[in-house]
Design a protein around this ligand. Structure first.
Ligand SMILES: Nc1nc2c(ncn2[C@@H]2O[C@H](COP(=O)(O)OP(=O)(O)OP(=O)(O)O)[C@@H](O)[C@H]2O)c(=O)[nH]1
Ligand SMILES: [Mg+2]
Length: 535
């Protein structure tokens, strides 16, 4: 240390105290400098130790992120993207298990079509028929006779309905089997929950699941749910449909379903000819693929039938925009040796119940490995009570608002517009005092579906009067939503310093989502370190 560094202002009492004594001898000076050097070394060592300790603490502390938003908003899909980016080996190891969910999603789409073109559909919806509408009035006359039991084969909406129903009946039976497969056989508690959740079992759901990890919080459930239509197997084409036949239901499963279904116990590769082992599921006569594969031509015929298409258009059923849509890829999905691609897994619809914790070790250039805990929650209304226990020590929230849903209603309450629900939910999150210091990142999601909807001529102002006569194009509408959500944050946040980051996303698009996730990850990391005083 040079003496020039000590030329401090005498008005500073510390500087004055540190000044060398007047008339200091050369020997004393040497001694003093040595002592100062030693003191500095000790101080540097302490700094170094503190830094190492801080790094260690930083390494150990998990960053906690909550994924929030309404059901079908894209939370679990965002989580899959995190996994694909940061734990690709795990993602790929689980890929094969998603085959069953994808089959279920496919069966569901087929069922929705069959229901929509069924003669009984009109019975269920007869209260909607406008007497002034000639076409519907004609349908109504058929309905009446159908209700009398006299028109079992006289439905003239789509020709060949009975034939389709007959050819596709095995799929409806398979549905039940797939649900059983997806529930965890080894876990009685979960199996009970599974049974309770399904209406065809005769009882009702206990929904927000039980915890399997005693260390987890009370509401933390590791359960996932397979979204499938309620299983109503029609005894005959003209039998009345259950009013709930197209309702979504959940089957609780544990994370074990992925392991259990990954490659099956009897499958080995390469196989031993004497062991009874199978090379792949396609050699197992009990595997669902055989029914799926056999029904493929009938599925294709149904989906390509111009009459069916016309009926769906009349009923404004745009299956292409619904979750878990695979009808455009029937030959590939139903092939005996089908292995789901990354995109297939991202598109698969699996409803979440409770709160599911996922732990990642994320490596960045700055950190060798930092633990991230990402909580994926169930977004439907009856699941939202489970969110609050996670609010107290969360570092960031990624809120997903699907903006393509402006013309849709909630599954759980058909009187509520889905976008209105998202806005209200957003308002309640951003105004929450417990969350006032939590970073909030907003994903305005399903932008690809928004674009498709606008291309199909759907007008926003017919569903949101406040939009007025502004242009009905993607750019205008997406910035309108950006401003609307942004303004709510601005008005209601208790922390006016909090910056809001808004991204327009389509979280099934891997390349773009990975770029967004990386920037969100770095932002969360930086602000977390800032708050912790590490930067
Ligand atoms: N086309 C398209 N599909 C999406 C997008 N985001 C999600 N999906 C699909 O929408 C469906 C619902 O997404 P999820 O991620 O399961 O929704 P969630 O928010 O987890 O829903 P809950 O678990 O019920 O709360 C899935 O089939 C996804 O593949 C998107 O941006 N574009
Ligand atoms: Mg989910």
């Amino acid at each position: 240390m040079s003496s020039t560094t000590r030329s401090r202002s005498l008005s500073d009492p510390i500087s004055a105290a540190l000044l060398p004594p007047p008339n200091e001898s050369a020997a004393d000076r040497e001694k003093r400098l040595q002592a100062e050097d030693q003191a500095k070394k000790i101080s540097d060592d302490i700094d170094e130790m503190l830094k190492a300790e801080r790094n260690e603490r930083r390494r150990k502390k998990a960053i906690k992120v909550l994924l929030l938003g309404q059901s079908e908003g894209g939370k679990s899909t965002t989580l899959k993207q995190f996994q694909l980016l940061h734990a690709p080996a795990d993602f790929h190891a689980e890929r094969i298990a998603w085959r069953f969910v994808i089959y279920l999603n496919l069966v569901r789409s087929v069922r929705r079509i069959l229901d929509a073109v069924s003669p009984d559909y009109e019975i269920l919806n007869s209260h909607l028929i406008d007497d002034d509408d000639d076409e519907n009035a004609e349908a109504a006359s058929v309905i009446i006779s159908s209700a009398d039991g006299t028109t079992s084969s006289s439905y003239h909406g789509i020709k060949g309905y009975e034939n389709y129903h007959h050819r596709l009946a095995p799929l409806l039976v398979l549905e039940q089997r797939l649900i059983t497969l997806l529930s965890d056989e080894e876990d009685n508690e979960e199996r009970e929950a599974t049974r309770l959740t399904t209406n065809w079992g005769g009882s009702h759901s206990s929904s927000s699941g039980s915890s399997h990890n005693s260390k987890m919080r009370p509401d933390l459930s590791r359960g996932l749910a397979v979204v499938i239509p309620q299983t109503v197997i029609h005894p005959s084409p003209s039998s009345p449909l259950s009013p709930q036949s197209t309702q979504e239901i959940s089957v609780k499963t544990t994370s074990n379903w992925k392991k259990a279904l990954s490659l099956g116990g009897r499958m080995k590769s390469p196989k031993n000819p004497h062991s009874g082992e199978l090379e792949g599921w396609w050699e197992d006569p009990d595997d669902p693929v055989h029914i799926i594969n056999k029904c493929a031509p009938a599925m294709l015929d149904l989906w390509k039938d111009p009459n069916v298409k016309r009926h769906l258009a009349e009923k404004r059923l745009r299956l292409e925009e619904s979750s878990g849509f695979y009808l455009d890829e029937i030959p590939r999905i139903t092939a005996k040796k089908y292995i789901p691609t990354d995109v297939d897994v991202l598109k698969a619809r699996l409803k979440t119940t409770g709160v599911v914790e996922h732990v990642f070790t994320i490596k960045t250039t700055e950190f060798r490995g930092l633990t991230w805990k990402i909580y994926d929650v169930g977004g439907s209304r009856n699941q939202r009570h489970a969110w609050a226990p996670f609010f107290d020590d969360v570092d960031a929230i990624i809120f997903l608002a699907p903006i393509s849903t402006f013309d849709q209603v909630l599954v759980e309450d058909p009187h509520v517009n889905r976008l209105e629900d998202s806005l209200l939910l957003w308002k309640s999150i951003v105004s929450n005092k417990l969350l006032c210091n939590v970073n909030v990142i907003l994903f305005l999601n399903k932008c690809d579906l928004l674009q498709a909807k606008l291309d199909a001529g759907v007008r926003l102002n017919q569903h949101m009067v406040s939009y007025g006569d502004r242009p009905n194009d993607y750019d205008s509408i997406s910035s309108y939503f950006r401003n609307k959500f942004g303004a709510l944050h601005q008005s209601y946040t208790p922390n006016k310093e909090r910056e809001l980051y808004i991204h327009l996303t389509s979280v099934t698009d891997t390349r773009r989502t990975h770029t967004i996730i990386s920037s969100v990850r770095d932002f969360i990391l930086k602000s977390n370190l800032k708050i912790g005083g590490y930067m």
